[in-house]
Design a protein around this ligand. Structure first.
Ligand code: CA
Length: 240
């Protein structure tokens, strides 16, 4: 996967470049709008991370150029301009997501991964361990037991299961499950996660919803290694 970072502030560009490379992506850096347009013309990127305030032009102009071509890459706007107007304008111009500076790298990475996943066809049935969610019939089963969920609970669970194994921030969950007009607190996510846990996790020995410190939540099957460690009395350590 190859990512273009359009960012004129060298400190941020270096930080993003290092972080994304560390996460296994190939990264190019464009320091201004003209080179960004040139780069996206020459190379098929899987994702573009776009700053709005560039020295030679407004980042939205770059976005328009990317969107003027067929099947351009997803674009994540990363900007200090966090007003609702700017977010709406960015999304209307064709950005796929919008993150306001300052940002936590883990949150950026979670969004990058969600965007890169989006191109893949969405399965109708989602499964995490013995938890199954049928997106079409809107049914949830844990093992043989049918579980009733309220619409928002279902929405959160579906979003988490589509991104299983990926930490999702409260903001991401709010933005995907509540509509754009919702500007209440992200604590509401904690309330809904409590409800979800009481319905799908509390009565079962294997917990699937995990709290990820400093970020939010993630759904994941318990790891096989964890099973093994649980069964074996002492974990086997290999000599180094
Ligand atoms: Ca800038």
């Amino acid at each position: 996967m190859r990512i273009l970072v359009v960012e004129d502030e060298k400190r941020i560009a270096d930080f993003l470049g290092r972080g994304l490379q560390g996460a296994g992506y190939a990264v190019d850096i464009a320091p201004d709008g003209a080179s960004a347009i040139q780069f996206t013309h020459d190379t098929d990127y899987d994702l573009v991370i776009l700053d709005l305030m560039l020295p030679d032009m407004d980042g939205l102009k770059v976005l328009e150029r990317i969107r003027s071509r067929r099947a351009g890459p997803p674009v994540l706007i990363l900007s200090a301009r966090g007003q609702v107007d700017d977010r709406v304008k960015g999304l209307e111009t064709g950005a796929d997501d919008y993150l306001t500076k300052p940002f936590a790298f883990v949150e950026l990475l979670a969004r990058v991964r969600a965007l890169l996943r989006r191109g893949q066809p969405a399965p109708e049935k989602l499964q995490v361990a013995d938890l199954a969610l049928d997106c079409t019939r809107r049914k949830v089963m844990r093992g043989n037991e049918a579980i009733e969920l309220a619409p928002k609970e279902f929405g959160i669970l579906e979003y988490m299961m589509r991104n299983k194994g990926r930490p999702l921030s409260r903001t991401m969950i709010v933005e995907h499950v509540w509509d754009m007009d919702y500007d209440g607190l992200t604590n509401i996510v904690d309330v809904y996660i409590r409800h979800l846990r009481s319905k799908i996790d509390d009565r079962f020995p294997q917990k699937l919803i995990h709290t990820v410190r400093g970020i939010g939540y993630m759904i994941e099957a318990p790891e096989k290694s964890a099973f093994r460690t649980g069964l074996d009395s002492a974990p086997v350590e290999k000599p180094v």
